[in-house]
Design a binder for this molecule. Structure first.
Ligand code: KG4
Ligand code: ZN
Length: 400
């Protein structure tokens, strides 16, 4: 129904098939996420071919469920939105193809959304949906830290005439922070994705036990024109960015491995954990209690110290960038934004500096389609529609 303000969004960039119906980028009528974690867990990471197959299986029922839960039909919609990148090519194509078919068959406009912009709008959606609507949500510039399994990027997000502009301020040169959580969890024999397990187990260790350090990034190699060693979206040359706002998380994973070897952390405990998470000998699904029972105090200290160091590095560089840009509003989003230590420390640092910091709800931190529908709304208002030629762009960049 033209003028309803309802957008149906589909997200399939990685390992969640998601669909949502959101009204005017502010009111979520439904948000359905079918996770593929069980499929990928036994491989310790996302297997792209399996992801595409699972999306194909899930996309129709997930969209149906989103419409049913919202209590609307296709005829009630104003537009269809879909993630066009960055992400896995085959996975993105499943969502794009289905979104195109739905748009064409129902005479609806199609809106292409950048997944990273979606993550930023997860926070804005949250703010816009506050009881009296937050005026602040779409008027104040913000520094956005997008911290997920694929990205660790800092953007200056500026509202302009109802839409948003983004400029890249900092980024990781190699692994994303979430990737470091996943790799460290894997090497300790914990489950996939590793972030939530580390988050929970870290509560039981001493964060000061192992003094991991992040040295200042040397950009000489990158200044020579070498591309960053990351699978993430292609972005502005590293040389244009302030080295103080660059991240690198591949070193800490090696440091954790070295610590495990050096301290001979009991390999049999690691294989017991592995058996627990791989479902071998496991009496039931792994719980925090039985994972905890398989971790000796030294391993818990290592986990807590790793998390403390990663969060500390994200915190230091994000607040330094905000100060240097003179921005008094920070948005933190992406899967790692679900982390408890991160939320606590960012919140107290923001209070100390008298700046604001916001996060999405926990459900909107990890991949979902409500954030895609929210990001699509300003594009709908501006009539920025995708052509029928729309294709997947696995390394789609955000901003300049
Ligand atoms: O945003 P997301 O769902 O997918 C990507 O776009 O990558 O983020 C997934 C990432 C994974 O690396 C996962 O381990 C991490 O977010 N993650 C967490 C937590 N929950 C998810 N990392 C730390 N603490 C958490 N509580
Ligand atoms: Zn994501």
């Amino acid at each position: 129904m033209p003028g309803s303000g309802l957008i149906l969004a589909i997200e399939s960039s990685c390992d969640e098939t998601a669909a949502a119906v959101v009204e005017r980028g502010a009111r979520t009528l439904s948000s359905v996420v079918a996770s593929q974690i069980a499929t990928h867990a036994r491989y310790g990471g996302v297997v792209p071919e399996l992801a595409s197959r699972e999306h194909l299986r899930a996309v129709v029922p997930v969209v149906r469920a989103a419409l049913a839960q919202a209590g609307v039909s296709l005829g009630d919609l104003d537009a269809i939105a879909v993630t066009s990148g960055p992400g896995l090519a085959g996975a993105l194509l499943v969502g794009i193809t289905y979104a195109k078919a739905l748009a064409f068959a129902n005479g609806l406009p199609l809106i292409a959304v950048n997944h990273l912009e979606g993550h930023i709008h997860a926070v804005l959606l949250n703010e816009r949906s506050m009881p009296d609507g937050n005026e602040f949500a779409d008027t104040e510039p913000a520094l956005a830290l997008v911290v997920s399994g694929g990205h660790t990027h800092l953007y200056l997000a500026t509202p302009a005439e109802g839409s948003w502009h983004y400029s890249l301020i900092g980024r990781t040169l190699d692994d994303a922070a979430g990737e470091a959580f996943d790799k460290v969890a894997k090497l300790l024999g914990l489950g996939y994705p590793g972030g939530p397990w580390i988050d929970n187990l870290a509560l039981h260790g001493n964060p000061k036990a192992v003094p991991f350090a992040f040295s200042r990034i040397k950009t000489k190699l990158h200044l020579a024109g070498k591309a960053p060693r990351t699978k993430a979206a292609k972005t502005a040359p590293i040389a244009d960015l302030d080295p103080d706002f660059l991240f690198s998380f591949s070193g800490i994973k090696t440091a954790v491995l070295r610590y495990v070897e050096l301290h001979n952390l009991r390999p049999e405990a690691e294989s017991r954990r592995e058996a627990l998470f791989m479902g071998i000998d496991a009496p039931a699904r792994p719980t925090i209690e039985n994972a905890l029972a398989q971790c000796e105090p030294q391993t818990l200290d290592l986990i807590a110290s790793f998390q403390h160091a990663v969060v500390g590095d994200l915190l230091k560089k994000t607040f330094a960038a905000a100060e240097s840009l003179g921005v008094r509003r920070i948005l933190v989003t992406g899967g790692v934004a679900a982390n408890r230590e991160l939320r606590t420390r960012f919140t107290s640092e923001a209070a100390r500096r008298n700046v604001s910091v916001s996060f999405p709800t926990l459900a909107l931190s990890t991949d979902n389609a409500a954030m895609i529908a929210a990001a699509a709304w300003p594009r709908f208002v501006a009539k920025e529609f995708a052509s029928s030629e729309l294709s997947a762009d696995p390394s789609l960049a955000l901003g300049r």
